[in-house]
Design a protein around this ligand. Sequence first.
Ligand SMILES: *Cc1c(COP(=O)(O)O)cnc(C)c1O
Length: 366
Amino acid sequence: MIPVARPVLGEEEAAAAAAAVRSGWVAQGPRVKAFETAFAARVGAGHGVATSSCTTALHLALLLIGIEPGDEVVVPSLSFIATANVVRYCGATPVFADVDAATMNVTAKTVARVLTPRTRAVIAVDQGGVPVDLAALDGLGLPVIEDAACAIGSTYRGRPVGVTAKLTAWSFHPRKLLTTGEGGMLTTSHLGWAVRARRLREHGMSVSAADRHATGSTVLETYDEIGFNYRMTDVQAAIGLVQLTRLAEIVARRRALAQRYQRLLDGTVTTVADPPHGETNYQSFWILLDQNAAIGRDALLALLAADGISARRGIMAAHLEPAYAGCGAKLPATERLTRDSLILPLYHEMTEAEQDRVVEALTRYL
Ligand SMILES: *Cc1c(COP(=O)(O)O)cnc(C)c1O
């Protein structure tokens, strides 16, 4: 079976995790701090706050900008459902914007269409790794949170994704390029936000458990606001530190394989590509079937599976799920993309022979 994805994990990650275990400190501690520093430096952000997931990082980002019940936050429906759910965690309402068909991302135009007097913020997603045009969204005059769950190693206008956003959320789930098993990060240019996010992720504590331990003397913490347990562990951070050293190689390999897919599928089907304003890490190599294709997407997935090729449906659309029934959104581009797109296998150790098998099967069925 050719898998759709496979994380890059080796002996170095195993040794780093073992060293964290042997150190006797496995909860959030010095390795989390080191990972935050190294990660923020890699994406050119001022501060990194490690979290238990991208979902929890997004929740913290919304709290930092003061999202409350009654507020509206514009999000793409065409995204993993967490992008919408975090708005509901704040008691606010996600309002779904359509996307541009070439990038699968929201644009200033699609967001502007759904603004109301209650709109307080936008969550812009770098879908599948394709960088969203953030500068265009800045013109709307609203706080923009970047959901860069998929976009570690992608670039925007020649610089790493994450440099320009005030608040960026990242995921280290194994389906993403860089993994810590589960895990996430919030990066920000604003020191005050980083300090408050660190407090909120650890029960609202004035001094973290790790810092109290490090002082060696008695420090009594206070709990200044209602917080959460959104911590990452030192075992995860140890793995993340090794993964960061592999990132450049992982992105280069994915881009080479993606460009080979593009060459081999040219003229057969529409594929994801770099947008004019940046470069994708090709976290998701999606193809879009013609609306009058001889074969539907789900039938094609079944045929590929029978051939030992594990492809996946394209990005989901939250507004079509029962959890958001009744939201009333009408999003033609989103509905077409979620219906007719699929994600092809692409992973670091994929061989050209495996890729040829995928292309051969696809060409035969299309
Ligand atoms: C994967 C993903 C998330 C959720 O990430 P977790 O770390 O699993 O919480 C959120 N948004 C997008 C766009 C994603 O792809």
